[in-house]
Design a protein around this ligand. Structure first.
Ligand code: NDP
Ligand code: OXD
Length: 320
C-alpha cells in the first residue's frame, strides 16, 4: 500500500480520455477520480495535489490538505475567476504538444486568409472555376500577435518560417530574434502595422473585452488582404462580440477566425455560425493531451518531492 497521499482528479474533459490516461498515471500514489460517481461523497481531506479543469467549486472546500493545484490547461481563468481558492500555488499546463497544436492552428488560419480560403470554399460549393488574380505573398502581410508567452513566442517563430512579416505585443518588453516586439505602451504603433491580428492573451481583468471596435479600428485598413483579419484562440472573454460582429459587417474587419467565445459552447443562434467571413472552430485550437498533462504533473510533483521549486506557477496578482 502506497504511503503517499492521494492526487485528486477533477477534469471536465472527454471522460474516456481521462479514464484511459489514468490507467498508467501516478503509479506510486492513490488516485481519487471525481469523475467516478463512487467518489462523490469521499473524504478528500487527505489529498495532497489536485489536477483540475473547471472543477466542482466544492472541491477546494473539501480538499483541505492540498499542497498545489494543477490546471488541466494552459489557461487558469477557469479557476481564478470562478472560485474561492485556497492560498496555494497554481501550476499552468505547459507542454510541447499543446504549443505545437496552437501554432498549427495559428499558421493554418493565417494561410487560409492569405490564400483566399473562404472564397475558394464558397466557389467550390457552386462548382465555380475562377482563379483570384491578385495573390499577395506571405512576406507582404504583417501578422501581429498579441501575447508573447509560451504559445505566442512559438507561433511568431513558425509564422516567420512561413514567410510572414511578424510583429508581437506583450505586457513587458520581449526580445525574440527576427521579430519586432512592442510592450504595453506600444499598442497603437503595433496595431497600425498589423494586417492579421492574432489573439493569444490570457483572460485577466486587464484583457477582458480588449478586442473591441476601438482596437479593430486601429489595425492597418489598406493592407494587401483588402482589410484586417482577426484571429482569436486566447479567450472569448477578451472579445466584445457585439462590436466584433458590427466590425465584420461594416468592413472594419475583413474576416475572422474564432476558436473561443464569450459563452461556450457557442449558441446555435449566434450570428458567427453563418457569417460568410467568419471561420468558427469549437475551442479546439490546442486541446490538452491528458497523458501529457499527467506526465507534466508527475514531473512537477517529483520536483517538489526532491526539494525543487514548482515550475509554471501562476502569478495570482497578474492573473496568468
Ligand atoms: P503565457 O502566460 O505564457 O503568456 C501570456 C502572454 O500574454 C504573455 O506574453 C503576457 O505578457 C501577455 N499578457 C498578459 N496580460 C497582458 C496584458 N494585460 N497586456 C499585454 N500582454 C499581456 O500564456 P500561454 O501563451 O501559455 O497561453 C495564452 C492563453 O492561450 C492561455 O491563457 C489560454 O487562455 C489560451 N489557450 C487557448 C487554447 C485553445 O485551445 N484555444 C489552448 C491553450 C491556451 P508578458 O510576457 O509580459 O507576461
Ligand atoms: C487551455 C485551453 O487553456 O485549452 O489549455 O483553453
Amino acid at each position: 500500500m502506497s504511503e503517499k497521499r492521494p492526487v485528486v482528479i477533477d477534469l471536465r474533459f472527454a471522460r474516456e480520455s481521462v479514464v484511459s490516461a489514468l490507467r498508467s498515471a501516478f503509479p506510486d500514489r492513490p488516485i481519487i477520480d471525481m469523475g467516478d460517481p463512487a467518489n462523490a461523497d469521499r473524504d478528500l481531506a487527505d489529498a495532497e495535489f489536485a489536477v483540475v479543469w473547471k472543477p466542482d467549486p466544492a472541491l477546494f472546500r473539501r480538499a483541505t490538505g492540498l499542497r498545489a493545484i494543477f490546471s488541466g490547461g494552459a489557461g487558469v481563468d477557469h479557476i481564478l475567476s470562478a472560485y474561492e481558492l485556497p492560498d496555494l500555488p497554481i501550476v499552468r499546463f505547459v507542454d510541447r504538444s499543446l504549443t505545437d497544436r496552437m501554432s498549427e492552428w495559428v499558421v493554418w488560419q493565417c494561410l487560409h486568409h492569405l490564400r483566399n480560403g473562404i472564397t475558394y470554399a464558397d466557389q467550390q460549393k457552386d462548382c465555380v472555376w475562377h482563379e483570384i488574380a491578385d495573390q499577395p505573398e506571405a512576406c507582404d502581410v504583417t501578422v501581429g500577435v498579441m501575447g508573447l508567452g509560451v504559445l505566442g513566442a512559438d507561433a511568431v517563430r513558425k509564422l516567420k518560417v512561413m514567410g510572414f512579416d511578424v510583429i508581437g505585443w506583450s505586457r513587458r518588453a520581449k526580445v525574440i530574434e527576427g521579430i519586432e516586439t512592442f510592450d504595453a505602451s506600444g499598442l497603437k504603433a503595433f496595431l497600425s502595422r498589423t494586417d492579421i491580428l492574432v489573439g493569444l492573451l490570457p483572460l485577466t481583468e486587464d484583457t477582458r473585452g480588449i478586442y473591441d471596435r476601438a482596437l479593430f479600428s486601429m489595425l492597418r485598413p489598406d493592407g494587401p488582404l483588402g482589410g484586417p483579419v482577426f484571429l482569436n484562440a486566447g479567450r472569448g472573454g477578451s472579445q466584445k462580440e457585439a462590436e466584433l460582429i458590427e466590425c465584420l459587417t461594416d468592413g472594419t474587419l475583413k474576416a475572422a477566425s474564432l476558436d473561443v467565445f464569450e459563452k461556450e459552447p457557442l449558441a446555435a443562434e449566434s450570428p458567427f455560425w453563418t457569417m460568410p467571413n467568419v471561420i468558427v472552430t469549437p475551442h479546439a485550437a490546442a486541446a490538452s493531451d491528458v497523458r501529457a498533462l499527467f506526465r507534466h504533473v508527475e514531473a512537477q510533483i517529483a520536483r517538489v518531492e526532491s526539494g525543487k521549486p514548482l515550475e509554471f506557477v501562476v502569478d495570482r496578482t497578474a492573473g496568468y
